[in-house]
Ligand binder design. Structure first.
Ligand SMILES: [Zn+2]
Length: 174
């Protein structure tokens, strides 16, 4: 995992979207994606977007306090390492009981997004059983905006993870 530089980085073009904040281009893409899903009868809501360094300090520390550091490190990013701090990561949900749970993968929202997110510039960031590469357990709700061209190229490459596609490996020494 690569830290943000500086670790307290905050984007300057955050805009509100569906109750969260995203960088402007990611918010616009998400709006188009959610609208397209809605046309097909699939409701998707935004659960989490930008999270500040300070917020991540609190989130990570609560995971450590509850589960210990080893479990915390695969469930929550260390402060300065979360994609949510970039303003380009979006956690989606439905408002149902499976939000941010393993069973979210079986919802229409997750299935539709897995199939179509790349058309809007988003990629499923932490796929099933790729934690040794990505550093995180499967998160069927976590998407990252990389832009339409990049997402399409990633999708058609067949690479299992963005790390494989971009050609860098997880640094476990961090
Ligand atoms: Zn997330």
């Amino acid at each position: 995992m690569h830290p943000l530089s500086p670790k307290t980085y905050a984007p300057v073009d955050l805009v509100p979207f569906g109750g969260v904040y995203l960088r402007q281009k990611a918010a616009q893409a998400a709006e188009e994606m959610f609208a397209a899903a809605s046309v097909e009868g699939v409701g998707i809501t935004a659960l989490s977007g930008y999270r500040s360094y300070e917020t991540q300090v609190g989130t990570y520390n609560s995971w450590v306090a509850t589960y210990g550091q080893e479990q915390a490190d695969v469930a929550s990013a260390r402060p300065g390492y979360s994609e949510h701090q970039t303003g380009l990561a979006l956690d989606i949900g439905t408002g149902g009981a499976c939000d941010v749970q393993v069973c979210f993968k079986d919802t229409d929202a997750a299935r539709w997004s897995a199939a179509h997110a790349h058309e809007y510039g988003f990629v499923l960031r932490y796929p099933w059983w790729q934690h040794e590469t990505t550093g995180y357990w499967y998160e069927s709700w976590h998407f990252r905006y990389v832009g339409r061209a990049e997402a399409a190229a990633f999708h058609s490459s067949g690479a299992p993870t963005l790390e494989d596609f971009w050609g860098f490996a997880l640094s476990s020494s961090e």
